[in-house]
Design a protein around this ligand. Structure first.
Ligand code: NAD
Length: 436
């Protein structure tokens, strides 16, 4: 099929590359000309395992091209995926201005029937707005369908997730739209849920909100473990073996972040409010998540007594491992809080340093932060190490060497990746999240 992807970020680029790899002709569009220029040269602006090879392979096979011209791409493609950002506004609403903008441009460029698919995460009723907008600007009265096909890939394992989804959700209004999308996804051999557009939109918001709530639930239990002397890792293992609960998303830690959970939770709370429902459960999940970051700072303080002039070594900045994405990463808030307390900060992340440097300066929290070349440099003369992202390379550090170079041997394990007994044996003071 001839496909056009509008918005070549994490989701758009992966979607475009994967559809091309499955044999389709794909044009990826973005409004950022620099990004398109780089992509044309096979340079990927984000870190995502396997993506560069896949993009380059498909450019070479002439199945994947890049453009900054929406109108041209829409003219050449039968199916158009909207993959632009839907960030949070200050009040928590999803900002849908990019989606509206793109819908208008699509309407102005359609030369014949087009299937327009929202892949961006959007609140319920967005499909109706997209259709209305296209109708207004569709001066030549071209036939079209709007569909919703929310994306469930995770950064860090995006290609694997896209190619092996647990399910594909297709929200459609016509058989034609359903047939086209079913055919497109056929090679993936995954269960397909064909439903109406509103239900598809809610499936995505409800899924992310449920997962975020599951994390906040285990984080709340971890606080009970802290207070009672139980071990959250043991508790989660015992809970997770119950098939009705499942072990995924039961890792206690210093909070979730990323470009999806925080914003989707806010957007779902807001749209529920507009529809007349106070989703207090989700508000509590948000509150617990904010508390976890403060709790981590409190744990460092408990280790060190006073924070001013103490040096805190931060291991991990990205909101999760295997990505350079620092959007809403707990590390940013935690570093800002520690700076305000007068602590000196050293940081290291395998992939997210450039993005973090930029984000911290925007927050006004970069001053005094030392960016290091590895975990060992971070440890040197630090009073406490805090693990904020569970990168594999942090799991295998030489802690005897680290202990020698630290001013005080103290660790706050914000992701529970270490064995407390082992570290204590080496001579560290250790505290995790819900385990000591
Ligand atoms: P992103 O910010 O990485 O990418 C969005 C891209 O859209 C940017 O490159 C931007 O320049 C481009 N864009 C914006 N307006 C445009 C326009 N008018 N014309 C052309 N390009 C335009 O965002 P993302 O992380 O890929 O997320 C996109 C959507 O997918 C969001 O709704 C998000 O919630 C959802 N989603 C994201 C993930 C994830 O893991 N990142 C997973 C599932 C769903």
């Amino acid at each position: 099929m001839k496909i056009c992807i509008i918005g070549s970020g994490y989701v758009g680029l992966v979607t475009g590359a994967c559809f091309a790899d499955l044999g389709n002709n794909v044009i990826c569009v973005d409004k950022e000309a620099v990004k398109i220029r780089k992509l044309k040269a096979g340079i990927i602006p984000i870190y995502e395992p396997g993506l560069q090879e896949m993009v380059r392979r498909n450019i070479k096979e002439l199945r994947l091209t890049f453009s900054s011209k929406i109108n041209e791409a829409v003219r050449k493609s039968e199916v158009i995926f909207i993959c632009v950002g839907t960030p949070s506004k200050d009040n928590g609403d999803a900002d849908l201005s990019f989606v509206e903008n793109v819908s208008r441009q699509i309407a102005l460029s359609m030369p014949s029937y087009r299937l327009i698919v929202e892949k961006s995460t959007v609140p319920v009723h967005t499909g109706e707005w997209v259709e209305r907008t296209i109708n207004i600007f569709n001066k030549r009265n071209m036939k079209f369908d709007v569909a919703s096909n929310p994306e469930f890939l995770r950064e860090g394992s995006a290609i694997k997730d896209f190619m092996n989804p647990d399910r594909i959700v297709l929200g459609v209004k016509s058989k034609k739209a359903s047939d086209i999308l079913t055919e497109l996804y056929k090679p993936l051999n995954a269960p397909i849920v064909v439903t109406d557009i509103k239900s598809a939109e809610i499936i995505k918001h409800a899924s992310n909100s449920f997962l975020a709530t599951k994390i906040s639930f285990i984080n709340a239990v971890s606080d009970i473990c802290d207070k009672s002397g139980a071990d959250i890792v043991e508790v989660a293992r015992g809970m997770g073996l119950d098939k009705r609960i499942g072990k995924d998303f039961l890792d206690a830690g210093c909070g979730f972040g990323g470009s999806c959970f925080p914003k989707d939770l806010s957007a779902f709370i807001r749209i529920s409010e507009k529809l007349g429902y106070d989703f207090a459960l989700l508000k509590e999940a948000q509150k617990i998540n904010e508390y976890q970051k403060k709790l981590l700072v409190k744990k460092i303080e408990e280790m060190l007594w006073n924070l001013p002039k103490k040096t805190i070594g931060i291991l991990g900045l990205a909101f999760k491992p295997n990505t350079d994405d620092i959007r809403y990463a707990p590390a940013l808030d935690i570093i800002a809080m520690l700076s305000r307390e007068g602590a000196r900060i050293k940081v290291y992340d395998p992939e997210a340093m450039p993005n973090a440097r930029l984000a911290l300066s925007r927050l006004g929290a970069a001053k005094g932060v030392e960016f290091c070349k590895d975990a060992y440099q971070v440890s040197k003369n630090s009073d406490c190490l805090a693990v904020l992202t569970e990168w594999n390379e942090f799991k295998e550090l030489d802690f005897r060497k680290i202990k020698k170079s630290m001013r005080q041997a103290a660790i706050v394990d914000g992701r529970n990746i270490y064995d407390p007994v082992e570290l204590k044996k080496i001579g560290f003071r250790y505290t995790g999240m819900g385990r000591r």
